[in-house]
Design a protein around this ligand. Structure first.
Ligand SMILES: CC(C)(COP(=O)(O)OP(=O)(O)OC[C@H]1O[C@@H](n2cnc3c(N)ncnc32)[C@H](O)[C@@H]1OP(=O)(O)O)[C@@H](O)C(=O)NCCC(=O)NCCS
Length: 381
């Protein structure tokens, strides 16, 4: 066993409550249900900033002025297209490859021209990250269309990040309301401290590995149903509950079997997730507009029962599933949408970690056998 820091000798399953490093990027108060990006409340940011403006804030550490925002948005637009060999590669994927697997694989494959991160500058790393942020919607939309036997639609440089993503999925210039909703959803998912995927990104960077490897790690970590995969599970759950009258029996069954109600609970928030509050309003408005309130009503009933029985509240993934459903987005796209949004938070963490790096390598408590007598293979049963 390595040197134990006696003062900090904690053994906590899942690292709950352990401070694993310092950051200037976001602050979460899980008791009061507060979230700040670079010091600004999530309510202010969601109300006033586009995804591009929020990304600038997270990555550069300050709100952009008009020229800075314009240049930043133009830069992202210029980097949206995929190289021909990448498009060819997307055509080789089997139909059963899911969208997160495709995204992870393609992002990884884009690394071939990267300089060794030990010699590349801060700005070179930043540029690679911006290129990945710009390309992720294109990868997801191209994969979605190719998988569904449709021709991919090249990015449209007249459109914003969110508008262009919807355009590349459908081939239609989106209605402004749908694009604004998705843009706000991107903002709300852009950053969240040392969540599992951002922490994994930092672990990768801490070995002085490259930016593409960090993103590949992040996407793989986000994919799990306890993290970014939850929204897809929420929609499947809502479909299986079918109507509000079935909620009580559904929850009873889940709790009896020690299962999980998807989109509920959080490691940090012990109260209502501030992002879920905003998404709930968006989900309600869209459900009423579409005259399709069943899932929202199921959500209302779940809230009451889960709060009564477990003091557990919806997290960011619960109402985002209802929002996406109302935007006519298929559930296979929910996790990649989260990845597209979180890509700017990941870049902020990548740059912060490179700037003040130390290898992230905790201790483990060994619980296996010791001093066993070796048995040659010929004598093993
Ligand atoms: C997010 C999550 C992984 C956090 O897990 P965690 O911090 O390790 O919480 P724990 O697993 O220790 O749970 C603490 C208690 O709450 C319960 N709990 C937590 N989330 C629950 C959920 N979604 N449904 C039912 N019970 C839940 C646990 O059963 C446990 O109860 P107990 O103390 O009576 O045994 C967990 O809440 C979860 O699995 N949620 C569903 C998946 C999800 O929505 N993920 C997206 C997160 S943004």
């Amino acid at each position: 066993m390595g040197k134990v820091n006696k003062k900090l000798n904690v053994k906590v399953k899942g690292l709950e409550g352990v401070i694993a490093g310092q950051t200037n990027i976001s602050y979460i108060d899980g008791i009061k249900g507060k979230l700040f990006y670079r010091g600004y409340s999530i309510e202010d940011i969601a109300q006033n900033c586009s995804f591009e403006e929020t990304s600038y804030l997270l990555i550069y550490g300050k709100l952009p002025n008009k020229t800075e925002l314009k240049n930043f948005a133009e830069k992202l637009k210029r980097k949206r297209s995929l190289p021909q060999h990448t498009i060819k590669m997307l055509h080789t994927f089997t139909k059963n490859m899911n969208s997160m697997e495709a995204l992870r694989t393609v992002v990884s494959s884009l690394s071939s021209n990267d300089k060794d991160p030990r010699v590349s500058s801060y700005n070179e790393k930043l540029d690679i990250g911006l290129s990945i942020i710009a390309k992720m919607p294109t990868i997801v939309a191209y994969h979605y269309r190719i998988k569904n036997s449709l021709d991919p639609i090249p990015p449209n440089s007249k459109l914003s990040h969110a508008e262009n993503f919807l355009y590349m999925l459908t081939g239609k210039i989106p209605e402004s309301e749908g694009a604004e909703v998705l843009d706000k959803d991107f903002v709300l998912h852009a950053e969240h401290g040392f969540n599992a995927s951002s922490f994994s990104v930092r672990v990768t960077v801490s070995t002085l590995s490259d930016v593409h490897s960090a993103y590949t790690t992040g996407i793989g970590t986000l994919k799990g149903p306890l993290h970014g995969g939850a929204a897809t599970e929420v929609l499947l759950m809502l479909k299986s509950i079918k109507k509000p009258e079935n909620v009580t029996s559904y929850v009873d069954k889940i709790l009896l079997s020690h299962g999980r109600v998807m989109g509920y609970g959080h490691r940090i928030y012990k109260t209502y997730d501030p992002r879920a509050k905003i998404l709930k309003k968006m989900a309600e408005k869209l459900s009423i507009k579409n005259n399709n309130t069943t899932f929202f009503e199921i959500g209302q009933k779940l809230e009451v029962i889960m709060s009564d029985k477990k003091k557990i509240y919806p997290n960011v993934d619960f109402y985002s599933a209802i929002v996406y459903h109302n935007l006519n987005l298929t559930h296979e796209l929910y996790s990649p949408i989260f990845a597209i949004a979180r890509s700017s938070g990941w870049l902020a963490h990548i740059l912060e970690q490179y700037t003040n790096n130390r290898l992230i390598r905790p201790l483990e408590e060994y619980t296996g056998s010791m001093n066993l007598k070796f048995i040659p293979i010929s004598k093993r049963k």
